[in-house]
Design a protein around this ligand. Structure first.
Ligand SMILES: NC(=O)c1ccc[n+]([C@@H]2O[C@H](COP(=O)([O-])OP(=O)(O)OC[C@H]3O[C@@H](n4cnc5c(N)ncnc54)[C@H](O)[C@@H]3O)[C@@H](O)[C@H]2O)c1
Length: 227
């Protein structure tokens, strides 16, 4: 047991659940936070709820900002309400969690923050995510760069992971057979990601092996961005 403490947001299902399980296997004390419960009840868009959870957890070594929503389809099919919520969860959620968690991370050896971005950040939309989703993930990448610079002196590293398509609940509703084939044709490694692929990258970024890496976004996409 390594006993280091990790808090994963959006951990009730999908990638967050996979990342939490990966950290648990490595002996971390894992706190799962999600609006849907299944651990600590936390709405990342609600500062009071975030603060209450962080107070319960106490000291944190690793924060994984994973909670997120998806938006798909042409630009004019996302409603104003959906955009407000997308921005609130995908971007303000990170603002809230980082501001609440950093005081609990200071002075912890090897402290790090890992943000879950998406390949959508690079092109303003990816295989399934649309322009609005891509914009929120570009913000995640900018936050990662800037915080990496700002928190370095405090011994807190900040990095992000950009997955392409992981067959979680978030995407399976959109992923019919034809789209699946089109996506697979663009993945040189020939398969969709598993949550474990993303969990392994998160474990690496949280580890001593990544102790000189900060401000970086690593694509874990089977080569999707290179095609
Ligand atoms: N699945 C993919 O292909 C893929 C690709 C690239 C990036 N991502 C990113 O990975 C992350 C996880 O995606 P997923 O596929 O596991 O999605 P998912 O929808 O399966 O799970 C998301 C989890 O976040 C929780 N959540 C939603 N709003 C919340 C809030 N306000 N506060 C706290 N928790 C909240 C949900 O309850 C759910 O448990 C997201 O940031 C997503 O953008 C996913």
């Amino acid at each position: 047991m390594n006993g280091r403490v990790v808090l994963v947001t959006g951990a009730a299902r999908g990638l967050g659940a996979g990342i939490a399980a990966g950290f648990e296997k490595e002996g971390f004390v894992v706190h799962r936070a999600d609006i849907a419960g299944g651990g600590l009840a936390m709405d990342v868009t609600d500062r009071a709820s975030v603060r209450k959870c962080m107070d319960k957890v106490g000291a944190i070594d690793v924060l994984v900002n994973n909670a997120g929503l998806l938006a798909s389809g042409p630009f004019d099919q996302t409603t104003g309400e959906a955009w407000d919520r997308l921005l609130a969860v995908n971007v303000t959620g990170i603002f809230n969690c980082v501001q609440a968690a950093v005081p609990a991370m200071r002075g912890r050896r090897g402290a790090s923050i890992i943000n879950i971005a998406s390949v959508s950040h690079e092109k303003g939309g990816g295989a399934i995510g649309n322009v609005w989703y891509g914009a929120t993930k570009a913000a995640v990448v900018a936050i990662t760069r800037g915080l990496g610079r700002e928190l370095g002196a405090q011994g807190i590293r900040v990095n992000a992971i950009a997955p392409a398509v992981v067959a979680t609940d978030m995407v399976s509703a959109q992923l019919d057979a034809a789209l699946r084939e089109r996506v697979l044709a663009r993945i040189p490694l020939g398969r969709l990601a598993e949550a474990e692929d993303i969990a392994r990258a998160a474990l690496f970024l949280a580890s001593e092996a990544a102790s000189f890496i900060t401000g970086e976004t690593i694509a874990v996409d089977g080569g999707f961005l290179r095609t």
